[in-house]
Design a binder for this molecule. Structure first.
Ligand code: GDP
Length: 494
Protein backbone atom coordinates (compact mmCIF):
# COMPACT_ATOMS: atom_id res chain seq x y z
CA UNK A 1 0.00 0.00 0.00
CA UNK A 2 1.53 3.38 -0.99
CA UNK A 3 2.41 5.69 1.90
CA UNK A 4 -0.04 8.34 0.62
CA UNK A 5 -2.97 6.05 1.40
CA UNK A 6 -2.26 6.37 5.09
CA UNK A 7 -2.83 10.14 4.99
CA UNK A 8 -6.33 11.38 5.53
CA UNK A 9 -7.38 13.61 2.66
CA UNK A 10 -10.14 16.19 2.27
CA UNK A 11 -11.55 18.38 -0.49
CA UNK A 12 -14.53 20.34 -1.67
CA UNK A 13 -16.16 17.77 -3.95
CA UNK A 14 -18.98 19.95 -5.28
CA UNK A 15 -18.63 22.81 -7.75
CA UNK A 16 -16.95 26.13 -6.92
CA UNK A 17 -18.66 28.42 -4.39
CA UNK A 18 -20.93 30.27 -4.07
CA UNK A 19 -23.57 27.56 -4.38
CA UNK A 20 -26.60 26.49 -2.36
CA UNK A 21 -24.72 23.52 -0.96
CA UNK A 22 -21.02 22.69 -0.76
CA UNK A 23 -20.00 19.08 -0.17
CA UNK A 24 -16.72 18.49 1.65
CA UNK A 25 -15.42 14.92 1.75
CA UNK A 26 -12.83 13.44 4.06
CA UNK A 27 -11.27 10.00 3.47
CA UNK A 28 -8.72 8.03 5.44
CA UNK A 29 -8.04 6.62 8.92
CA UNK A 30 -8.54 9.99 10.63
CA UNK A 31 -11.86 10.82 8.90
CA UNK A 32 -13.80 9.80 12.01
CA UNK A 33 -11.55 11.86 14.27
CA UNK A 34 -11.98 14.87 12.00
CA UNK A 35 -15.75 14.52 12.04
CA UNK A 36 -15.70 14.36 15.83
CA UNK A 37 -13.40 17.40 16.05
CA UNK A 38 -15.69 19.49 13.86
CA UNK A 39 -19.16 18.29 14.96
CA UNK A 40 -18.50 16.84 18.41
CA UNK A 41 -19.85 13.41 17.46
CA UNK A 42 -19.81 10.60 14.95
CA UNK A 43 -23.30 10.04 13.55
CA UNK A 44 -24.84 6.64 12.86
CA UNK A 45 -23.35 5.05 9.74
CA UNK A 46 -24.94 6.12 6.45
CA UNK A 47 -27.61 8.30 8.12
CA UNK A 48 -27.83 12.01 7.36
CA UNK A 49 -27.55 13.87 10.67
CA UNK A 50 -27.85 17.56 11.43
CA UNK A 51 -24.69 18.89 13.05
CA UNK A 52 -23.10 22.13 14.14
CA UNK A 53 -19.70 22.63 12.59
CA UNK A 54 -17.14 24.36 14.79
CA UNK A 55 -13.75 25.80 13.92
CA UNK A 56 -10.59 25.24 15.93
CA UNK A 57 -11.46 28.21 18.18
CA UNK A 58 -14.82 26.67 19.02
CA UNK A 59 -16.87 29.20 17.07
CA UNK A 60 -19.81 27.77 15.10
CA UNK A 61 -19.04 28.00 11.36
CA UNK A 62 -22.21 26.49 9.96
CA UNK A 63 -25.07 24.10 10.54
CA UNK A 64 -24.80 21.20 8.13
CA UNK A 65 -25.67 17.61 7.32
CA UNK A 66 -22.99 15.15 8.37
CA UNK A 67 -22.64 11.65 6.95
CA UNK A 68 -20.44 8.82 8.11
CA UNK A 69 -19.41 5.88 5.91
CA UNK A 70 -17.10 3.53 7.83
CA UNK A 71 -14.75 1.57 5.57
CA UNK A 72 -14.66 -0.69 3.71
CA UNK A 73 -18.25 0.03 2.69
CA UNK A 74 -17.53 3.47 1.31
CA UNK A 75 -16.72 5.03 -2.02
CA UNK A 76 -12.95 4.91 -1.41
CA UNK A 77 -12.97 1.76 0.70
CA UNK A 78 -11.59 3.80 3.63
CA UNK A 79 -13.47 5.61 6.40
CA UNK A 80 -15.24 8.49 4.70
CA UNK A 81 -17.00 11.50 6.22
CA UNK A 82 -19.08 13.94 4.23
CA UNK A 83 -20.34 17.39 5.20
CA UNK A 84 -23.11 19.07 3.26
CA UNK A 85 -22.53 22.71 4.10
CA UNK A 86 -24.02 25.97 2.95
CA UNK A 87 -21.97 26.58 -0.17
CA UNK A 88 -20.67 30.10 0.53
CA UNK A 89 -17.03 31.00 0.02
CA UNK A 90 -16.37 31.93 3.66
CA UNK A 91 -18.12 28.80 4.99
CA UNK A 92 -16.14 26.49 2.73
CA UNK A 93 -12.88 28.33 3.41
CA UNK A 94 -13.40 28.14 7.19
CA UNK A 95 -14.22 24.42 7.12
CA UNK A 96 -11.24 23.59 4.89
CA UNK A 97 -8.99 25.62 7.13
CA UNK A 98 -10.32 23.85 10.26
CA UNK A 99 -9.58 20.50 8.58
CA UNK A 100 -6.08 21.64 7.57
CA UNK A 101 -5.34 22.44 11.21
CA UNK A 102 -5.97 18.82 12.25
CA UNK A 103 -3.02 16.50 12.61
CA UNK A 104 -2.58 13.98 9.78
CA UNK A 105 -5.00 15.65 7.38
CA UNK A 106 -4.08 17.25 4.08
CA UNK A 107 -5.92 18.56 0.99
CA UNK A 108 -6.55 15.88 -1.64
CA UNK A 109 -4.85 15.92 -4.99
CA UNK A 110 -6.82 15.76 -8.23
CA UNK A 111 -8.55 12.39 -8.56
CA UNK A 112 -7.18 11.13 -5.26
CA UNK A 113 -10.51 9.85 -3.88
CA UNK A 114 -11.03 7.78 -7.02
CA UNK A 115 -7.44 6.64 -6.95
CA UNK A 116 -7.96 5.27 -3.48
CA UNK A 117 -11.15 3.55 -4.63
CA UNK A 118 -9.05 1.92 -7.36
CA UNK A 119 -6.23 0.99 -4.99
CA UNK A 120 -8.71 -0.53 -2.56
CA UNK A 121 -10.34 -2.60 -5.31
CA UNK A 122 -13.61 -0.66 -5.37
CA UNK A 123 -13.17 0.11 -9.08
CA UNK A 124 -11.09 -1.43 -11.83
CA UNK A 125 -9.27 0.79 -14.31
CA UNK A 126 -12.06 0.72 -16.91
CA UNK A 127 -14.46 1.79 -14.16
CA UNK A 128 -12.15 4.68 -13.23
CA UNK A 129 -12.14 5.75 -16.87
CA UNK A 130 -15.92 5.45 -17.04
CA UNK A 131 -16.21 7.64 -13.95
CA UNK A 132 -13.93 10.28 -15.52
CA UNK A 133 -16.03 10.19 -18.68
CA UNK A 134 -19.29 10.39 -16.74
CA UNK A 135 -18.13 13.59 -15.03
CA UNK A 136 -17.11 15.04 -18.41
CA UNK A 137 -20.12 13.77 -20.43
CA UNK A 138 -21.86 16.56 -22.32
CA UNK A 139 -24.50 14.64 -24.26
CA UNK A 140 -26.91 11.82 -23.45
CA UNK A 141 -24.97 9.47 -25.72
CA UNK A 142 -21.73 10.17 -23.88
CA UNK A 143 -23.45 9.83 -20.52
CA UNK A 144 -24.90 6.42 -21.39
CA UNK A 145 -21.57 5.19 -22.72
CA UNK A 146 -19.71 6.40 -19.62
CA UNK A 147 -22.28 4.85 -17.30
CA UNK A 148 -21.97 1.50 -19.06
CA UNK A 149 -18.21 1.66 -18.62
CA UNK A 150 -18.47 2.71 -14.97
CA UNK A 151 -20.82 -0.17 -14.23
CA UNK A 152 -18.57 -2.77 -15.82
CA UNK A 153 -19.53 -3.32 -19.48
CA UNK A 154 -15.93 -3.88 -20.54
CA UNK A 155 -14.70 -5.14 -17.17
CA UNK A 156 -17.16 -8.05 -17.13
CA UNK A 157 -16.20 -9.16 -20.63
CA UNK A 158 -12.48 -8.84 -19.93
CA UNK A 159 -12.82 -10.76 -16.65
CA UNK A 160 -14.74 -13.53 -18.35
CA UNK A 161 -12.15 -13.79 -21.13
CA UNK A 162 -9.38 -13.82 -18.59
CA UNK A 163 -10.92 -16.58 -16.52
CA UNK A 164 -11.44 -18.69 -19.65
CA UNK A 165 -7.78 -18.20 -20.54
CA UNK A 166 -6.80 -19.34 -17.05
CA UNK A 167 -8.97 -22.40 -17.51
CA UNK A 168 -7.27 -23.22 -20.83
CA UNK A 169 -3.89 -22.66 -19.19
CA UNK A 170 -4.77 -25.05 -16.36
CA UNK A 171 -5.54 -27.78 -18.89
CA UNK A 172 -2.24 -27.27 -20.68
CA UNK A 173 -0.25 -27.08 -17.46
CA UNK A 174 -1.84 -30.31 -16.28
CA UNK A 175 -0.74 -31.90 -19.52
CA UNK A 176 2.81 -30.58 -18.99
CA UNK A 177 2.96 -31.80 -15.39
CA UNK A 178 1.88 -35.30 -16.28
CA UNK A 179 3.58 -35.61 -19.65
CA UNK A 180 5.96 -38.34 -18.38
CA UNK A 181 3.16 -40.55 -17.24
CA UNK A 182 1.98 -42.96 -19.84
CA UNK A 183 -1.72 -42.89 -19.10
CA UNK A 184 -2.24 -39.11 -18.97
CA UNK A 185 -5.16 -38.22 -21.13
CA UNK A 186 -4.04 -36.78 -24.46
CA UNK A 187 -7.34 -35.00 -24.60
CA UNK A 188 -6.27 -32.02 -22.45
CA UNK A 189 -4.94 -29.89 -25.29
CA UNK A 190 -7.95 -30.06 -27.58
CA UNK A 191 -10.40 -28.41 -25.14
CA UNK A 192 -7.79 -25.74 -24.36
CA UNK A 193 -7.51 -24.91 -28.05
CA UNK A 194 -11.26 -24.87 -28.34
CA UNK A 195 -11.45 -22.21 -25.62
CA UNK A 196 -8.74 -20.19 -27.39
CA UNK A 197 -10.64 -20.36 -30.68
CA UNK A 198 -13.83 -19.11 -29.05
CA UNK A 199 -11.96 -16.23 -27.39
CA UNK A 200 -10.33 -15.31 -30.66
CA UNK A 201 -13.76 -14.84 -32.23
CA UNK A 202 -15.14 -12.84 -29.31
CA UNK A 203 -12.18 -10.47 -28.88
CA UNK A 204 -11.92 -9.92 -32.63
CA UNK A 205 -15.63 -9.03 -32.71
CA UNK A 206 -15.18 -6.46 -29.94
CA UNK A 207 -12.27 -4.92 -31.85
CA UNK A 208 -14.15 -4.78 -35.15
CA UNK A 209 -16.14 -1.69 -34.16
CA UNK A 210 -14.35 0.80 -36.43
CA UNK A 211 -13.46 2.95 -33.45
CA UNK A 212 -17.06 3.98 -32.77
CA UNK A 213 -16.74 4.04 -28.99
CA UNK A 214 -13.67 6.27 -29.05
CA UNK A 215 -15.45 8.62 -31.44
CA UNK A 216 -18.35 9.17 -29.08
CA UNK A 217 -15.96 10.48 -26.46
CA UNK A 218 -14.48 12.99 -28.94
CA UNK A 219 -17.55 13.71 -31.04
CA UNK A 220 -17.62 14.74 -34.68
CA UNK A 221 -14.98 17.44 -35.15
CA UNK A 222 -16.02 20.22 -37.52
CA UNK A 223 -13.54 22.96 -38.42
CA UNK A 224 -14.79 26.30 -39.67
CA UNK A 225 -12.21 27.79 -42.02
CA UNK A 226 -11.91 30.19 -44.93
CA UNK A 227 -10.61 33.64 -45.82
CA UNK A 228 -10.65 36.42 -43.21
CA UNK A 229 -13.93 38.27 -42.72
CA UNK A 230 -15.96 35.63 -44.54
CA UNK A 231 -18.10 35.27 -41.41
CA UNK A 232 -16.58 32.23 -39.70
CA UNK A 233 -16.99 33.56 -36.17
CA UNK A 234 -20.51 34.71 -36.93
CA UNK A 235 -21.33 31.24 -38.17
CA UNK A 236 -19.83 29.66 -35.07
CA UNK A 237 -21.97 31.90 -32.93
CA UNK A 238 -25.05 30.89 -34.85
CA UNK A 239 -24.20 27.28 -34.08
CA UNK A 240 -23.46 27.96 -30.48
CA UNK A 241 -26.28 30.49 -30.10
CA UNK A 242 -24.04 32.41 -27.80
CA UNK A 243 -21.14 34.80 -28.01
CA UNK A 244 -18.36 32.21 -27.98
CA UNK A 245 -16.12 33.87 -30.54
CA UNK A 246 -15.33 37.53 -30.94
CA UNK A 247 -17.17 38.79 -34.00
CA UNK A 248 -15.28 41.75 -35.35
CA UNK A 249 -15.20 43.70 -38.61
CA UNK A 250 -11.39 43.83 -38.51
CA UNK A 251 -9.40 41.32 -40.50
CA UNK A 252 -7.40 38.75 -38.57
CA UNK A 253 -8.85 39.08 -35.07
CA UNK A 254 -9.49 35.39 -34.57
CA UNK A 255 -5.92 34.31 -34.07
CA UNK A 256 -6.39 31.27 -31.98
CA UNK A 257 -8.51 28.18 -32.37
CA UNK A 258 -11.79 28.53 -30.51
CA UNK A 259 -13.61 25.36 -29.58
CA UNK A 260 -17.34 25.03 -29.01
CA UNK A 261 -19.00 21.80 -27.92
CA UNK A 262 -22.47 21.21 -29.30
CA UNK A 263 -25.13 18.70 -28.43
CA UNK A 264 -27.02 17.99 -31.66
CA UNK A 265 -29.92 15.75 -30.67
CA UNK A 266 -27.73 13.85 -28.22
CA UNK A 267 -24.75 13.67 -30.59
CA UNK A 268 -21.56 15.45 -29.57
CA UNK A 269 -20.08 17.81 -32.14
CA UNK A 270 -16.94 19.87 -31.56
CA UNK A 271 -16.76 23.02 -33.65
CA UNK A 272 -13.42 24.70 -34.24
CA UNK A 273 -13.17 28.29 -35.38
CA UNK A 274 -9.77 28.71 -36.98
CA UNK A 275 -7.69 31.79 -37.59
CA UNK A 276 -8.16 33.53 -40.94
CA UNK A 277 -6.12 31.48 -43.33
CA UNK A 278 -4.07 33.80 -45.50
CA UNK A 279 -0.53 34.52 -46.46
CA UNK A 280 1.16 36.59 -43.78
CA UNK A 281 4.63 37.50 -42.55
CA UNK A 282 3.54 38.43 -39.04
CA UNK A 283 5.07 35.71 -36.84
CA UNK A 284 2.15 35.75 -34.41
CA UNK A 285 -0.39 35.31 -37.19
CA UNK A 286 1.81 32.76 -38.87
CA UNK A 287 1.65 30.61 -35.73
CA UNK A 288 -2.14 31.01 -35.66
CA UNK A 289 -2.34 29.90 -39.27
CA UNK A 290 -0.12 26.91 -38.62
CA UNK A 291 -2.19 25.79 -35.64
CA UNK A 292 -5.41 26.33 -37.51
CA UNK A 293 -4.20 24.19 -40.41
CA UNK A 294 -3.03 21.39 -38.13
CA UNK A 295 -6.24 21.36 -36.11
CA UNK A 296 -8.57 21.55 -39.09
CA UNK A 297 -6.48 19.03 -40.99
CA UNK A 298 -7.39 16.53 -38.30
CA UNK A 299 -11.10 17.45 -38.37
CA UNK A 300 -13.77 15.14 -39.77
CA UNK A 301 -15.56 17.92 -41.61
CA UNK A 302 -14.33 21.33 -42.81
CA UNK A 303 -16.82 24.13 -43.39
CA UNK A 304 -15.07 26.36 -45.89
CA UNK A 305 -16.77 29.73 -45.49
CA UNK A 306 -16.59 32.35 -48.26
CA UNK A 307 -18.24 35.75 -48.63
CA UNK A 308 -20.69 35.32 -51.51
CA UNK A 309 -21.00 39.10 -51.77
CA UNK A 310 -17.28 39.60 -52.24
CA UNK A 311 -15.94 38.84 -55.70
CA UNK A 312 -12.42 38.41 -54.26
CA UNK A 313 -13.71 35.26 -52.52
CA UNK A 314 -15.32 34.03 -55.72
CA UNK A 315 -12.83 31.33 -56.70
CA UNK A 316 -14.40 29.28 -53.99
CA UNK A 317 -12.34 26.17 -54.33
CA UNK A 318 -9.15 28.10 -54.15
CA UNK A 319 -5.56 27.10 -53.69
CA UNK A 320 -5.76 27.95 -50.03
CA UNK A 321 -8.53 25.43 -49.51
CA UNK A 322 -6.49 22.80 -51.30
CA UNK A 323 -3.50 23.52 -49.08
CA UNK A 324 -5.73 23.55 -46.10
CA UNK A 325 -7.21 20.11 -46.41
CA UNK A 326 -4.54 18.26 -48.33
CA UNK A 327 -2.80 16.20 -45.71
CA UNK A 328 -0.31 13.67 -46.87
CA UNK A 329 -0.77 10.91 -44.34
CA UNK A 330 -4.47 10.79 -43.53
CA UNK A 331 -7.80 10.78 -45.33
CA UNK A 332 -8.88 14.31 -46.22
CA UNK A 333 -11.83 15.62 -44.22
CA UNK A 334 -15.16 16.17 -45.94
CA UNK A 335 -15.44 19.73 -47.17
CA UNK A 336 -18.67 21.68 -47.20
CA UNK A 337 -18.49 25.05 -48.91
CA UNK A 338 -20.57 27.71 -47.16
CA UNK A 339 -21.42 30.73 -49.32
CA UNK A 340 -22.17 33.25 -46.61
CA UNK A 341 -23.70 36.74 -46.49
CA UNK A 342 -26.40 36.16 -49.09
CA UNK A 343 -28.39 38.88 -47.32
CA UNK A 344 -25.97 41.33 -48.95
CA UNK A 345 -26.68 40.19 -52.50
CA UNK A 346 -29.14 42.06 -54.66
CA UNK A 347 -32.27 40.15 -55.47
CA UNK A 348 -31.07 39.00 -58.93
CA UNK A 349 -27.80 37.56 -57.68
CA UNK A 350 -29.55 36.09 -54.71
CA UNK A 351 -32.05 34.27 -56.87
CA UNK A 352 -29.10 32.94 -58.78
CA UNK A 353 -27.42 31.67 -55.61
CA UNK A 354 -30.62 30.11 -54.36
CA UNK A 355 -31.16 28.45 -57.72
CA UNK A 356 -27.75 26.83 -57.26
CA UNK A 357 -28.97 25.68 -53.89
CA UNK A 358 -31.73 23.83 -55.74
CA UNK A 359 -29.10 21.99 -57.74
CA UNK A 360 -27.49 20.97 -54.56
CA UNK A 361 -30.60 19.77 -52.84
CA UNK A 362 -31.03 17.34 -55.69
CA UNK A 363 -34.10 18.63 -57.48
CA UNK A 364 -32.43 19.02 -60.88
CA UNK A 365 -31.52 16.17 -63.16
CA UNK A 366 -28.44 14.07 -62.53
CA UNK A 367 -26.82 15.24 -65.77
CA UNK A 368 -27.01 18.84 -64.66
CA UNK A 369 -25.39 18.07 -61.35
CA UNK A 370 -22.70 16.06 -63.03
CA UNK A 371 -22.09 18.82 -65.53
CA UNK A 372 -21.67 21.33 -62.76
CA UNK A 373 -19.29 19.07 -60.86
CA UNK A 374 -17.30 18.47 -64.04
CA UNK A 375 -16.90 22.19 -64.67
CA UNK A 376 -15.64 22.82 -61.19
CA UNK A 377 -13.29 19.87 -61.30
CA UNK A 378 -11.94 20.98 -64.67
CA UNK A 379 -11.14 24.35 -63.14
CA UNK A 380 -9.52 22.63 -60.20
CA UNK A 381 -7.52 20.19 -62.30
CA UNK A 382 -5.27 22.99 -63.43
CA UNK A 383 -4.10 23.51 -59.88
CA UNK A 384 -4.36 20.16 -58.19
CA UNK A 385 -5.44 16.55 -58.28
CA UNK A 386 -8.18 17.37 -55.85
CA UNK A 387 -11.62 16.30 -57.06
CA UNK A 388 -14.83 17.66 -55.68
CA UNK A 389 -18.25 16.24 -55.86
CA UNK A 390 -20.31 19.36 -55.66
CA UNK A 391 -23.58 17.59 -55.06
CA UNK A 392 -24.92 18.47 -51.65
CA UNK A 393 -21.60 19.94 -50.60
CA UNK A 394 -22.37 23.62 -51.01
CA UNK A 395 -24.62 25.70 -48.80
CA UNK A 396 -25.86 29.21 -49.38
CA UNK A 397 -26.80 31.12 -46.27
CA UNK A 398 -26.57 34.18 -44.10
CA UNK A 399 -24.82 33.56 -40.81
CA UNK A 400 -26.10 36.92 -39.66
CA UNK A 401 -29.82 36.50 -40.37
CA UNK A 402 -29.91 32.71 -40.15
CA UNK A 403 -31.45 32.30 -43.61
CA UNK A 404 -30.43 28.94 -45.10
CA UNK A 405 -28.71 27.87 -41.88
CA UNK A 406 -31.05 24.98 -41.02
CA UNK A 407 -30.04 23.00 -44.11
CA UNK A 408 -26.39 23.14 -43.02
CA UNK A 409 -27.27 22.18 -39.47
CA UNK A 410 -29.32 19.22 -40.70
CA UNK A 411 -26.40 18.02 -42.85
CA UNK A 412 -23.98 18.13 -39.94
CA UNK A 413 -26.46 16.36 -37.72
CA UNK A 414 -26.78 13.67 -40.40
CA UNK A 415 -22.98 13.30 -40.56
CA UNK A 416 -22.79 13.07 -36.79
CA UNK A 417 -25.51 10.42 -36.77
CA UNK A 418 -23.69 8.29 -39.37
CA UNK A 419 -20.35 8.82 -37.76
CA UNK A 420 -21.48 7.88 -34.26
CA UNK A 421 -23.94 5.11 -35.15
CA UNK A 422 -23.68 2.21 -32.70
CA UNK A 423 -21.14 4.07 -30.57
CA UNK A 424 -23.00 3.76 -27.28
CA UNK A 425 -22.91 0.00 -27.31
CA UNK A 426 -19.24 -0.28 -28.34
CA UNK A 427 -17.19 -1.90 -25.59
CA UNK A 428 -13.98 -0.06 -26.40
CA UNK A 429 -13.97 3.63 -25.52
CA UNK A 430 -10.26 4.42 -25.40
CA UNK A 431 -7.09 3.71 -27.38
CA UNK A 432 -5.76 2.02 -24.24
CA UNK A 433 -8.53 -0.59 -24.34
CA UNK A 434 -7.94 -1.20 -28.04
CA UNK A 435 -4.21 -1.74 -27.48
CA UNK A 436 -4.73 -4.21 -24.63
CA UNK A 437 -7.33 -6.23 -26.52
CA UNK A 438 -5.21 -6.23 -29.68
CA UNK A 439 -2.29 -7.58 -27.61
CA UNK A 440 -4.50 -10.31 -26.16
CA UNK A 441 -5.87 -11.21 -29.58
CA UNK A 442 -2.37 -11.31 -31.08
CA UNK A 443 -1.20 -13.78 -28.46
CA UNK A 444 -4.27 -15.99 -28.81
CA UNK A 445 -3.79 -16.01 -32.58
CA UNK A 446 -0.14 -16.94 -32.26
CA UNK A 447 -1.18 -19.78 -30.00
CA UNK A 448 -3.64 -21.03 -32.61
CA UNK A 449 -1.72 -20.34 -35.78
CA UNK A 450 1.57 -22.07 -35.14
CA UNK A 451 1.49 -25.74 -34.62
CA UNK A 452 1.91 -25.48 -30.90
CA UNK A 453 -0.29 -28.40 -30.00
CA UNK A 454 2.78 -30.49 -29.38
CA UNK A 455 4.83 -27.69 -27.78
CA UNK A 456 2.79 -27.22 -24.66
CA UNK A 457 5.15 -24.81 -22.94
CA UNK A 458 5.07 -22.36 -25.88
CA UNK A 459 1.31 -22.64 -26.09
CA UNK A 460 1.00 -21.93 -22.38
CA UNK A 461 3.28 -18.92 -22.71
CA UNK A 462 1.12 -17.29 -25.41
CA UNK A 463 -2.03 -17.79 -23.34
CA UNK A 464 -0.25 -16.28 -20.35
CA UNK A 465 0.65 -13.23 -22.47
CA UNK A 466 -2.99 -12.89 -23.52
CA UNK A 467 -4.19 -13.11 -19.89
CA UNK A 468 -1.66 -10.51 -18.87
CA UNK A 469 -2.88 -8.08 -21.55
CA UNK A 470 -6.39 -8.40 -20.09
CA UNK A 471 -5.03 -7.86 -16.58
CA UNK A 472 -3.37 -4.71 -17.84
CA UNK A 473 -6.69 -3.57 -19.28
CA UNK A 474 -8.31 -4.01 -15.86
CA UNK A 475 -5.41 -2.28 -14.11
CA UNK A 476 -4.23 -5.34 -12.20
CA UNK A 477 -0.67 -5.26 -13.55
CA UNK A 478 1.76 -2.73 -15.07
CA UNK A 479 -0.40 0.03 -13.76
CA UNK A 480 1.96 2.78 -12.62
CA UNK A 481 2.61 4.45 -16.00
CA UNK A 482 -1.00 4.73 -17.03
CA UNK A 483 -2.34 5.83 -13.66
CA UNK A 484 -0.65 9.21 -13.95
CA UNK A 485 -2.19 9.77 -17.37
CA UNK A 486 -5.67 8.77 -16.30
CA UNK A 487 -5.80 10.70 -13.05
CA UNK A 488 -4.33 13.82 -14.64
CA UNK A 489 -7.78 14.44 -16.17
CA UNK A 490 -9.61 14.30 -12.84
CA UNK A 491 -10.59 17.34 -10.84
CA UNK A 492 -9.86 17.96 -7.16
CA UNK A 493 -12.45 16.36 -4.89
CA UNK A 494 -13.20 13.45 -7.26
P1 GDP B 1 -14.31 35.81 -39.77
O1 GDP B 1 -13.08 36.64 -39.88
O2 GDP B 1 -14.43 34.89 -40.94
O3 GDP B 1 -14.45 35.09 -38.47
O4 GDP B 1 -15.56 36.82 -39.93
P2 GDP B 1 -16.53 37.43 -38.82
O5 GDP B 1 -17.49 36.40 -38.35
O6 GDP B 1 -15.72 38.15 -37.80
O7 GDP B 1 -17.36 38.43 -39.71
C1 GDP B 1 -16.76 39.51 -40.39
C2 GDP B 1 -17.80 40.58 -40.64
O8 GDP B 1 -18.82 40.09 -41.51
C3 GDP B 1 -18.53 41.02 -39.36
O9 GDP B 1 -18.74 42.40 -39.44
C4 GDP B 1 -19.85 40.26 -39.43
O10 GDP B 1 -20.90 40.93 -38.76
C5 GDP B 1 -20.11 40.21 -40.91
N1 GDP B 1 -20.93 39.06 -41.30
C6 GDP B 1 -20.73 37.76 -41.00
N2 GDP B 1 -21.70 36.97 -41.54
C7 GDP B 1 -22.54 37.82 -42.19
C8 GDP B 1 -23.74 37.64 -42.96
O11 GDP B 1 -24.25 36.52 -43.17
N3 GDP B 1 -24.30 38.75 -43.50
C9 GDP B 1 -23.76 39.99 -43.31
N4 GDP B 1 -24.42 41.03 -43.85
N5 GDP B 1 -22.66 40.20 -42.59
C10 GDP B 1 -22.04 39.14 -42.03
Amino acid sequence: MPASVRDTIFALSSGPPPAAIGVVRISGPRAGGALKALTGKIPAARKATLAQIRGTDGEIIDQALALWFPGPHSETGEDVAELQLHGGRAVIAAVLSALSALEGLRPAEAGEFTRRAFENGKLDLTGVEGLADLVMAETDGQRRQAFRQLTGALRQRAESWRSQLIQALALIEARIDFSDEADVPEGLIAPALQIARRLEGEIAAALADEGRGERLREGLVVAIAGPPNAGKSTLLNRFARREAAIVSPHVGTTRDVIEVHLDLAGLPVTLLDTAGIRETDDPVELEGVRRARARAGAADVVLWVVDASNSADAPVLSTSLRQFVSTADRPAPRVLVVRNKIDLLNSGKRRNELRHQVYRSGELSVQTKEALTKTVNKRLKKRSEFEFNLNELEFVLSALSGEGFDALLAKIQEYAGDYLAGAESALITRARHRQALADALGAVRRALARDLATKEDLLAEELRIAARALERLLGRVDVEDILEVIFRDFCIGK
